[in-house]
Design a protein around this ligand. Structure first.
Ligand SMILES: *Cc1c(COP(=O)(O)O)cnc(C)c1O
Length: 433
């Protein structure tokens, strides 16, 4: 028995599935989850002392890698001053000014403790602003675990049958409409039928919770246009893409700006932070100025605020993004000749889609140069990921333990680390074939 196996046997007795977020339990790849003790740079270390090259990166927050010096120093400073104040304080002010001065469509924002909270709160603002209750979301987009968002949501739910969760309030689910990605005609029909009741449309402008599904600008622009015409707000959920594909997230690439935006993951430097923001008059609907109630005992926690600020300062010069893009391009070119693999990538976010053999990959590419909707996925890709997962783990590569989670490259990954990943994928694919 490994130490991980011992710990897992104890963990399942005191927590559902032994974990505190479902994907971590390895259910979709099988086997026992590896218990990690820590990480440094691009590497994770497990309880048996083994090292792994990490391409999960805590599911996205660690864009600078584990143990980044600037973040560490900021956290230690905050600890020394006092780690919870429950008062007005200068740290959230600095972080809010830093963000609003660089992202013009975020004039005002509110910090919360997770992406889920950010989304819940943004939806509440949208409903208050419009006096309407229906919400439009998209198939395969994940927006955290608020009741209204747990329909065809991807992420840890990608393999689950509909509905995505038990225990949802009937009303919550009945007020949410779900439209397919990449389909302007369907969009037109939804707005025609329900546009007058829609408080908002919410979308990940770069959907990255059910594989990686880059959307066409035309599709996002059509959505923005329809929302505007029907008096519904547009919410971009940039919890993954914010500060990841560029400091301003995916919005500049979409060519339209949202009314409200949600952040999480990177914004807290690896600590629990989320934020929602947008036009000032919308945000001033929030208490204590307006009638939308939203609060948090630990919101804008100084340790998390200082970690986030250190992280965003390090990202601000743009050099990090150029480096991440170069590493991403390197990975793309090194895996290009692996038979049966169709890689989707935007900057430092990638997804390994295993089409099968070379002919299946060719067919997939001929049909869809870019996969933009779960409907485009080659049959059996999830099953093939499962077959690849443990051989990769045995070679010291740690990927997210689910076929539909994306991979993340961080600033600590060297060119040699990228080559090691490509080599391990090639060897594992060959062994699996
Ligand atoms: C991770 C994620 C969330 C939820 O954030 P949590 O911090 O896990 O609550 C919401 N939206 C998107 C796009 C995400 O990737």
């Amino acid at each position: 028995m490994t130490r991980s196996e011992e710990l897992y046997a104890r963990a399942v007795r005191v927590a559902p599935g032994g974990v505190h977020s479902p994907v971590r339990a390895f259910r979709s790849v099988g086997g026992t989850p590896v218990f990690m003790t820590g990480g440094q740079g691009a590497r994770l270390r497990d309880v048996d002392g083994r090292e792994y090259l990490d391409f999960c990166m805590a599911f996205g927050p660690l864009i600078l890698g584990h143990g980044n010096e600037a973040v560490r120093a900021a956290v230690i400073g905050a600890l020394e001053r006092g780690w919870s104040l429950g008062t007005a304080e200068p740290y959230s002010l600095e972080l809010a000014e830093f963000i609003t001065s660089r992202i013009p469509w975020v004039q005002s924002l509110r910090f919360v403790n997770s992406g889920t909270e950010a989304v819940m709160s943004a939806l509440r603002v949208a409903r208050a602003a419009t006096g309407r209750s229906k919400i439009l979301k998209f198939e395969g987009c994940y927006h955290g675990h608020a009741d209204a968002m747990l329909l065809r949501a991807g992420s840890g739910l990608a393999d689950a049958p509909l509905p995505d969760s038990a225990g949802l309030g009937l009303l919550a689910a009945s007020e949410t409409l779900v439209a397919p990605l990449d389909d302007e005609a369907a969009l037109g029909r939804v707005f025609e039928a329900h546009g007058a009741q829609l408080a908002c449309a919410i979308i990940e402008p770069l959907p990255a919770n059910f594989g990686l599904l880059p959307q066409r600008r035309e599709f996002l622009q059509r959505l923005a246009k329809l929302a505007q015409q029907h008096g519904a707000l547009l919410i971009f959920d940039e919890v993954i893409s914010g500060f990841r594909v560029g400091f301003q997230g995916y919005t500049p690439l979409a060519g339209v700006t949202p009314d409200l935006v949600t952040y999480g993951k990177i914004i807290g430097g690896g600590f629990p932070v989320g934020a929602y923001g947008g036009r000032r008059e919308l945000m001033e609907l929030v208490a204590p100025v307006g009638p939308v109630y939203q609060a948090g005992t630990l919101s804008a926690n100084p340790v998390a605020m200082c970690a986030g600020l250190a992280m965003l300062r390090a990202l601000d010069d743009g050099g990090v993004y150029a480096r991440l893009e170069a590493r991403g391009a390197q990975l793309e070119s090194e895996v290009a000749s692996i038979p049966g693999l169709v890689m989707q990538r935007v900057g430092s976010v990638f997804w390994l889609c295993l089409a099968g053999d070379a002919e299946a990959a060719r067919r997939s590419r001929a049909q869809h140069a870019v996969l933009r909707s779960p409907a485009h996925y080659p049959e059996g890709c999830a099953r093939r990921y499962v077959a690849l997962y443990h051989p990769l783990l045995a070679r010291g590569i740690y990927l997210a333990p689910s076929a539909f989670e994306v991979g993340f490259i961080c600033a600590a990954h060297t060119s040699a680390d990228i080559s090691a990943l490509a080599t391990a994928i090639r060897a594992s694919c060959a062994a699996a074939a």
